[in-house]
Design a protein around this ligand. Structure first.
Ligand code: MRU
Length: 357
C-alpha cells in the first residue's frame, strides 16, 4: 500500500480527492473534484492514470455527475453522462467495463438520488476488489520465480504500482510481493517517455518502499540485458486481445523484442478487467494519440524564478513535429506468461482461463 499520505484516489462523500500525479514527485497536491466534468478533465490530462485507477475514478466521476442533480433521471441524461466519462481515455478497457456495469446497475431507476448511491457503492466496491485482485496477482507472480534464488533483477516499464491502482499494484505488486516473501529485488525502471511515469512515479514508489531501484532511459534495456543478468521483465497492461496481443504504455513492445532476443522472460500482469475477448488481435485495440507538446517540451525545466530554461520549455526546434502514440501493442509471441489474480498462463490459454472467472 502507498503511504496514507499518497493515496491516489479518496472518495469523500461529496467530492473526490485525487493526488495530482502530473506534479509528483516534486509536489504533493490533491485536486478536489466536485463535478463529472472536472473528473473527466483530470483523467484526460492524466492527473490520475493507470488502467484500474482510471476506471475507479470514472465511476466516482459518474457519482459526482449524479450528485449535482435532483429529481427524475431521464434515460438520455444518464446515457450522456456515461458516454462523456467513457470517452475520457480510450485505450484501457477497464473503463469501458466499469461504465457498462454502471449502466446495468441503474437500469430502470429513475431518480438521481438512488443512482448516485448505486454508483458510489460501486466505486467503493471496485476499490476493495482491485486491491484484493492485486494482492492475489502478486502472490501468483511470486510462484513463477525460483524458490531457491534469493535475489532478482527485474526491468519494469511505466508505473503499475499503488498509484495506478487501488493499492499494491500489478507488476509493481509482484515486486512488492517478492520483497514480502523475503527476496531481494533490484528494479530497473524505464523512465517511460514522454510522461515519465517510470522515473517520476515508479522510482518514487520504490524509494518509499526501500526497494533498490535504478532509473534507465527507455533505450537502455538492450545494454542492460547484455551486461547484467536480468531475471524478468514485468509490465502491466491496458487491454489484452483474445490472441494475447497486449496494449501497454508506449515502449513496452520494444522491451518485449529486446527481452525475447536475450531470452529474458517477459511477463504481463493483468487483472480480469484487462482482457477484451471481443477483439481478435491487437490490431483492433484503439490507441490514444496525445499532444505533440508532451514530446517536444519539458515543462518542468525551469529556473528558480519559474522561467523556462529552454524557450517555452522546448527541447526541440520551434515548429518541429512529433508523434505521440500513448500505447503500443506487444505481440503475443513475445509474452511468456500472463500473471493474473486467477493464475498464471500462456497467451494461447486466455479464452479457456477467462471462462472460469
Ligand atoms: O498513460 P498511463 O500512465 O495511464 O499508462 C499506464 C500504463 O500503461 C500501465 O502499464 C497500465 O495502465 C497498467 S496499470 C496497473
Amino acid at each position: 500500500m502507498p503511504h496514507p499520505e499518497f493515496l491516489p484516489i479518496q472518495w469523500k462523500s461529496t467530492y473526490l480527492e485525487l493526488l495530482d500525479q502530473r506534479i509528483l514527485p516534486g509536489k504533493k497536491e490533491f485536486l478536489k473534484l466536485s463535478t463529472a466534468e472536472e473528473t473527466i478533465v483530470a483523467i484526460r490530462e492524466m492527473a490520475v492514470r493507470g488502467a484500474p485507477a482510471i476506471a475507479i475514478t470514472g465511476i466516482f466521476g459518474l457519482t459526482l455527475g449524479a450528485l449535482g442533480k435532483s429529481g427524475e433521471a431521464k434515460p438520455e441524461a444518464i446515457e450522456s453522462l456515461l458516454t462523456a466519462v467513457l470517452e475520457s481515455r480510450p485505450t484501457a478497457v477497464n473503463l469501458s467495463y466499469a461504465i457498462r456495469e454502471a449502466r446495468n446497475r441503474v437500469k430502470g431507476i429513475t431518480d438521481w438520488g438512488s443512482i448516485q448511491k448505486i454508483w458510489e457503492t460501486y466505486g467503493l466496491e471496485m476499490m476493495t476488489e482491485d486491491l484484493a485482485a492485486n494482492k492475489a496477482l502478486g502472490e501468483n507472480g511470486v510462484s513463477l520465480f525460483p524458490k531457491d534464488q534469493q535475489e532478482f533483477h527485474i526491468i519494469t516499464h511505466c508505473n503499475t504500482g499503488a498509484l495506478a491502482t487501488a493499492g499494491h499494484g500489478t507488476a509493481l505488486g509482484v515486486i512488492r510481493s517478492l520483497r514480502d516473501a523475503g527476496k531481494k529485488v533490484i528494479v530497473y525502471a524505464d523512465e517511460t517517455r514522454p510522461f515519465l511515469q517510470g522515473s517520476r512515479l515508479t522510482a518514487f514508489e520504490m524509494m518509499e518502499e526501500g526497494i533498490e531501484c535504478y532509473i534507465i532511459t527507455d533505450g537502455m534495456s538492450g545494454w542492460l540485458m547484455s551486461h547484467r543478468k536480468i531475471d524478468a521483465v514485468l509490465v502491466g497492461c491496458d487491454r489484452v486481445a483474445a490472441n494475447g496481443d497486449t496494449a501497454n504504455k508506449i515502449g513496452t513492445y520494444n522491451l518485449g523484442i529486446v527481452a525475447k532476443e536475450h531470452g529474458v522472460p517477459f511477463y504481463v500482469c493483468a487483472t480480469k478487467d484487462s482482457f477484451d475477448l471481443n477483439l481478435k488481435t491487437g490490431d483492433e485495440i484503439p490507441i490514444e494519440m496525445r499532444k505533440e507538446s508532451e514530446v517536444t517540451q519539458f515543462d518542468f525545466l525551469k529556473d528558480e524564478n519559474g522561467k523556462y530554461l529552454f524557450p517555452e520549455g522546448k527541447t526541440s526546434p520551434k515548429g518541429a513535429h512529433a508523434l505521440n502514440p500513448s500505447f503500443d501493442v506487444t505481440k503475443a509471441h513475445l509474452i511468456k506468461n500472463f500473471i493474473t489474480e486467477f493464475g498464471c498462463f500462456v497467451p494461447s490459454e486466455i479464452s479457456l482461463r477467462l471462462k472460469s472467472v
